[in-house]
Ligand binder design. Structure first.
Ligand code: NAD
Length: 347
């Protein structure tokens, strides 16, 4: 290990994306200057103990001193804004301006799509579209930037009654996942804790010469239909798991302000229009059937005429070949999370 590696400015340090990255980069000698909303709690305390990590506590909204401080002496930035923190566009723009002022050499931004620009019938997803606005602002500033698009976290699955990714254990011993996604349309999946950090570490190691031209990268390691996800669950845990398409997302617990609008947009986008999770030509691929010259369009694309050869998961898998499959996630981390939540179905 060397102590001559560069320093990375990071925000929302205790979030799952940033924490995974901080663990990966500090293990190979990078320095980290990370903003956190609180220095209390298990993750913040763990991060504070890692080598060459400096944590800065405070809110990013209307806080130019803190925003500037995290970039001081840094060469690289990983920025993932968080809607819980307030006006995401304002925060994102302030961070981009500060990075520009500090001559950040490689700005990696965790973006998400605005579906409405791809089809006038598709709604903007309220917690995703602001990130796309910030992405465009970063492009206008001319920062050497990479835009990573995180797939759906496998880590979202829980048997707690949270909306959208609840694997409900029924009285007959089977498990049910009920959601508004078409049963046969593929969705991009990511184990954010296991695989996000190592993939972004490789983007950092490759550097802005390779990735700083505004590329969009899907950070998704498997592209699976809901039915395939349930098959993986069944194989991993030896439990029958059924996917049920339901155009309405049930909300049985109290949820943060604005999250109902988020769920409503997802119901329309995926339940009604079967939109691709990541729209646009950057995410359209044409695969090849094994043993045949026929091309087959990814179910994630809308128009077979403009796809690229390959698969949506190719770049992520090339960046980080040690990724964890969703089946392995269910067999290991999911069981541990469930135990930590006091569940006993695995006994
Ligand atoms: P996270 O959800 O793991 O963590 C949220 C962070 O917010 C924690 O650090 C917590 O301390 C902090 N926080 C909690 N309440 C707060 C408050 N009131 N004000 C400010 N901060 C508060 O974070 P993450 O998953 O790394 O990043 C979240 C972003 O990732 C969101 O913008 C989300 O849209 C996006 N995303 C999520 C998924 C998914 O499948 N869940 C997929 C792609 C992108």
């Amino acid at each position: 290990m060397t102590n001559t590696k560069k320093t990375i400015a990071i925000v929302n340090g205790t979030g799952r994306q940033a924490a995974s990255l901080i663990r990966a980069v500090t293990a190979v000698g990078y320095g980290v200057r990370a903003q956190v909303y609180s220095t209390e709690g298990l993750v913040a305390e763990e991060l504070a103990e890692l080598p060459n990590v400096t944590l800065f506590e405070g809110s990013l909204l209307d806080n130019p001193v803190l925003v500037d401080t995290i970039f001081e002496g840094a060469q690289i930035a990983f920025i993932n804004t968080n809607p819980l923190a307030g006006d995401e566009i304002k925060i994102g723009k302030a961070l981009a301006n500060a990075a520009k002022k500090r001559n950040i050499q490689h700005f990696i931004y965790s973006s998400m799509p605005d579906h409405s620009i791809h089809n006038p019938k598709w709604p903007s997803v309220p917690l995703w579209a602001p990130k796309f606005t910030v992405e465009n602002y970063i492009r206008q500033l001319g920062l050497p930037a990479t835009f990573v698009y995180a797939g759906i976290y496998t880590n979202n699955f829980t048997s707690l009654p949270y909306p959208l990714f609840c694997t409900e254990f029924l009285e007959d011993g089977s498990v049910e996942w009920r959601a508004p996604f078409h049963p046969d349309i593929k969705l991009p999946w990511l184990d954010v804790e296991h695989d996000f950090g190592p993939a972004v570490l490789q983007i950092i190691k490759d550097g802005p010469g390779k990735w700083g031209k505004g590329q969009r990268i899907a950070l998704a390691f498997e592209n699976l239909t809901p039915i395939q996800v349930c098959e993986s669950f069944s194989k991993a845990l030896d439990l029958p798991c059924d996917y049920v398409y339901d155009e309405q997302i049930e909300v049985a617990v109290s949820i943060p302000n604005g999250y109902r609008q988020q769920l409503s947009a997802l119901e329309i986008l995926f339940g009604h229009y079967n939109a691709p999770y990541f729209p646009g030509s950057d995410f359209q691929y044409i695969g090849r059937r094994k043993g045949s010259n026929d091309t087959v369009t990814s179910r994630n694309s809308q128009d077979s005429s403009c796809g690229k050869p390959g698969k949506l998961t190719d770049t992520a898998r090339a960046l980080w070949p040690g990724w964890r499959s969703i089946a392995e996630y269910f067999a290991t981390a999911f069981v541990a999370e469930e135990e930590a939540n006091g569940k006993t179905w695995m006994m």
